[in-house]
Design a protein around this ligand. Structure first.
Ligand SMILES: Nc1ncnc2c1ncn2[C@@H]1O[C@H](COP(=O)(O)OP(=O)(O)OP(=O)(O)O)[C@@H](O)[C@H]1O
Ligand SMILES: O=P(O)(O)OC[C@H]1O[C@H](OP(=O)(O)OP(=O)(O)O)[C@H](O)[C@@H]1O
Length: 215
């Protein structure tokens, strides 16, 4: 196998998630001065721009690529970052993709919580342990709320934004575990090696998010 070519210190590799974050991430990074455009729909997974490579990943894989240094930086939801358990440098709260991770039950449910369905087993266990609730955590992959509707679980832990999914399914939010938004994450070694590219990017993104929404 041929070794991977060394990347020049003035080249950036970014890990971005496909899905709802991609478009806004590309728009913000372009505003910050990177020569990026939204990739055309295709099966290509790696997109080349002048001086920048974009790796298009699943959300959960963004912290892995950044922590292991395959990507210099990435954008990912705080929810996914917490769940990953990876302690990467997180210099900018980008303030989009705002939502919260909450404990959700059917309206009026009072039965003891025996099972909890979630896409976030690590956060769920930490929450249940802190509350002293001896429930089993069942890892699910999507449409998590169905678990509470079908009796698979007495409660679910999932994201809420507008609350319309809850209202449409006769569910209610019982407690917020934490708030989430998109974050810039950076590999610590890359921050030194590619300082000239990463420092101005961090500064510009900080300016852009505070310009958008003054405190
Ligand atoms: N309804 C929502 N409103 C605002 N932000 C959201 C909402 N749902 C999810 N998010 C945020 O956007 C991120 C990406 O969500 P997206 O829906 O693209 O992921 P997904 O397709 O469920 O993930 P995957 O299939 O890769 O597990 C989430 O990690 C969260 O931070
Ligand atoms: O409060 P709301 O505005 O209704 O948003 C919350 C919903 O959005 C997300 O689901 P998504 O649409 O991403 O589908 P998924 O369950 O397949 O991830 C999340 O899992 C909730 O179901």
């Amino acid at each position: 196998m041929t070794p991977a070519p060394l990347r020049a210190p003035d080249h950036l590799t970014l890990a971005l998630p496909k899905g709802r974050i991609l478009e806004e991430a590309i728009a913000l990074l372009s505003q910050a001065g990177l020569p990026l455009t939204l990739p055309e729909k295709s099966r290509a997974l790696r997109h080349e721009f002048p001086g920048v490579t974009v790796l298009e990943l699943r959300n959960q894989d963004v912290p892995v690529y950044v922590d292991l240094g395959v990507a210099d930086a990435g954008i990912v939801g705080k929810d996914v970052l917490i769940e990953s358990g990876r302690e990467v440098y997180e210099p900018v709260d980008l303030r989009f993709a705002q939502c919260r991770l909450s404990l959700i039950r059917e309206v009026g449910a009072t039965a003891p919580i025996v099972r909890v369905g979630t896409k976030y087993p690590r956060a769920a266990r930490a929450y249940l342990n802190a509350r002293g609730i001896p429930a089993e955590v069942v890892k699910l992959s999507g449409n998590i709320e169905l678990a509470a509707l079908t009796g698979l679980a007495e409660a679910v832990i999932d994201l809420v934004q507008t609350g319309s999914t809850l209202r449409a399914n006769n569910l209610e939010e019982k407690e917020v575990l934490f708030e989430s938004s998109a974050r810039l994450i950076v590999n610590r070694a890359a921050l030194k090696l590619r300082r000239e590219r990463l420092r101005p990017l961090i500064e510009r993104l900080r300016e852009l998010v505070t310009e958008d929404r003054p405190a």
